[in-house]
Write a protein that binds this ligand. Structure first.
Ligand code: NI
Length: 180
């Protein structure tokens, strides 16, 4: 079936404390036209936000699919969209790097997180072909942050309990305020 003039659409990004963000996501079994459309929608949603990474659970779909564009941060750079299906970290460097991280599901909160500086990731690409990519620099951090999302892990989990609880409480309060 061929769909003409198919337009991409923006998805709603869910925020903490939505329980879907704490779900261990299911692997993708088959790559369907609907899934390819979802990948395009995720990229469009990420660029629109704007963000440099988005995981499927953040749009309320708990499957192992992430999109990223670490080049998007530098405006002069050409876009470099990366789609990873069922990503797995094969190797992590002993060397670490620290970036100030944020998350589209935890708006307006940023904190420094230390992670391995380089990771080797295996995944399936948009067409289902097996790939391996060495991710370093900003992309190294982004890919680890996004893979964490597939396991229900958020970057605030790396902070002290005191700081994490403060953020969670703030968002729980905000949710209550709009739901009355
Ligand atoms: Ni995030």
């Amino acid at each position: 079936m061929k769909v003409q003039n198919e337009t991409m659409s923006l998805k709603e990004i869910i925020k903490i404390p939505d329980p879907v963000l704490r779900t261990k996501c299911d692997p993708v079994e088959t790559i369907t036209p609907e899934l390819k459309k979802l990948m395009d929608d995720m990229l469009e949603t990420m660029y629109d936000a704007p963000g440099i990474g988005l995981a499927a659970p953040q749009i309320n779909i708990p499957i192992r699919l992430i999109v990223m564009d670490a080049a998007n941060k530098e405006e002069e750079q050409e876009p470099d969209p990366i789609i990873m299906i069922n990503p797995v970290i094969l190797k992590s460097s002993d060397e670490v790097s620290t970036y100030e991280e944020g998350c589209l599901s935890i708006p307006e909160f940023f904190a420094e997180v230390e992670r391995p500086a380089n990771v080797l990731v295996s995944y399936r690409d948009k067409d289902g072909n097996p790939q391996e990519k060495n991710c370093e620099g900003l992309l190294g951090t982004v890919v680890q942050h996004e893979i964490d999302h597939l396991n229900g892990v958020l970057f605030i989990d790396y902070l002290s309990k005191l700081r994490r609880d403060r953020v969670i409480k703030k968002f729980a309060k905000a949710k209550k305020a709009v739901s009355i």
